[in-house]
Design a protein around this ligand. Structure first.
Ligand code: GLU
Length: 286
């Protein structure tokens, strides 16, 4: 199987040093293995995605010296594919609609209990208020959730291999942990027709990704992805969750960190080699 990886930015702001690190690392790993580096535009949040950010992403990545095959996959072109995956889970009896807002969820969750996590990789752990509702009765006011209790029973729970030094090893999915510390995640967000978790799992399979290289902030979400792969009968790639680039205060860079935007470094006369150096990457041989 040819090593195939991807960089999957959301076109909701400028690429910063952290994105450049992620993209270059994935690209270098693919080149070292004689494999492929793909680009995927994660633009399911159409309220935030902008064509000008997408254009800037292409320009910055080209300037960094990266190349990728065309056409580039754009998630907004694949909504029917995500719908099919959702339907597969619904037929298995694993989904339900939910129209709780943030306040409803907080009220239903009640006072925090010692030892019981309140937040998981998909945000506040859902207390299950709407669990008895039927997806066939969903309206556009609803999100669609995964019934985690049923999902862990239905799935042949897999493990995944992680290759970054920080998390290296084989990680087994833990049903208790999924139920207690992850909970009923959202599969379809309002006005989006999908969610990050559902799309990333479908797309990694459709693009034949063998190695998912991405930031350590997504390590906790990987158990959700591997669970969905198990349920949908999709392959599980090898994961590499790299260290995060942090600012001088130790905070990880965010989209709004314009000060670290690649475009800004470029405007100031930095070279692609300078960016590699700033990100702590070895010089490019190419
Ligand atoms: N679109 C995600 C992000 O910008 C990346 C998702 C992934 O690599 O799985 O954080």
């Amino acid at each position: 199987m040819t090593f195939t990886t991807r960089f999957a930015p959301s076109p909701t702001g400028p690429l910063h040093l952290g994105h450049a690190y992620s993209a270059i690392l994935a690209h270098d790993m693919a080149m070292a293995e004689g494999g492929s580096f793909l680009l995927r535009i994660e633009d399911i949040d159409q309220s935030r995605a902008r064509p000008e950010w997408e254009a800037q992403i292409f320009e910055d990545l080209e300037w960094l010296g990266l190349t990728w095959p065309l056409p580039v996959m754009r998630q907004s072109d694949h909504l029917p594919r995500y719908r099919t995956a959702l339907d597969q889970l619904t037929v298995m009896g694993l989904t339900y609609p939910c129209r709780c807002n943030r306040a409803d969820i907080e009220n239903a969750a009640g006072a925090p209990q010692e030892g019981v996590p309140q937040f998981g990789p998909d945000g506040r752990i859902y207390p299950g208020t709407c669990r008895a509702r039927l997806t066939s009765e969903a309206t556009d006011k609803d999100v669609i959730r995964l019934n985690m209790m049923k999902a862990v029973q239905a799935a042949d729970l897999r493990s995944f291999t992680e290759t970054s030094p920080e998390f290296e090893g084989i990680h087994h999915l833990d049903p208790e942990q999924l139920i207690m510390a992850v909970g009923d995640i959202i599969l379809v967000r309002r006005n989006m027709g999908t969610s990050y978790h559902l799309s990333v799992v479908v797309d990694d399979a459709d693009q034949g990704i063998t190695h998912a290289v991405r930031g350590a902030d997504l390590f906790e979400a990987t158990q959700i992805h591997v669970l969905l792969q198990s349920l949908l009968g999709l392959p599980t790639p090898i994961y590499h969750h790299h260290r995060l680039i942090r600012d001088a205060h130790g905070k990880r860079l965010a989209k709004r960190d314009d000060a670290r935007a690649i475009a800004k470094y470029r405007a100031e006369g930095a070279t692609p080699q300078d960016i590699r150096e700033m990100a702590g990457l070895p010089a490019s041989s190419g």
